[in-house]
Design a protein. Structure first.
Length: 130
């Protein structure tokens, strides 16, 4: 069994994603935890779909191909950041609605507390629907 047989290389020329075979866990996930100091046993506890053998294979693959895996993890992180920024710049109608509702509730709470001091409400229970 080769080391590469523990992984699924997804996408064009296998560059879009590297997953631990049989799971949805990406190589970058194991590498991040390993670089942060997690032991293989801790990683298995965090991701129960992984076996200890798979985690060791991922760490070994990382160590054997460190420059390539580092570049892959950096690309994945960059793509995640770009995706997050895209969502912030162009939120879905649901997210826009939630943001508006939260903003309105915050304004209502601010208005209530600015009109009167908090001491006036100390003995009262306020119900403010969210």
């Amino acid at each position: 069994m080769t080391l590469e047989s523990y992984f699924e290389f997804v996408g064009q020329e296998g560059q879009d994603a590297i997953r631990v075979k049989g799971t949805r866990v990406g190589l970058e996930t194991v590498v991040r935890d390993y670089r942060a100091g997690a032991s293989p046993e801790e990683i298995v506890l965090r991701y129960p779909t992984l076996s200890l053998e798979q985690v060791h294979a991922a760490i070994t693959y990382f160590l054997a191909h460190q420059p390539e895996v580092e570049a892959y993890v950096a690309r994945v992180d960059r793509d995640l950041d770009l995706g997050w920024q895209e969502q912030q710049d162009h939120p879905s109608p649901l997210v826009q609605s939630l943001r508006e509702r939260i903003g309105a509730r915050r304004q209502a709470l601010h208005l209530i507390w600015s009109v009167s001091s908090a001491a006036e409400y100390a003995d009262q229970r306020l119900f403010i629907p969210l």
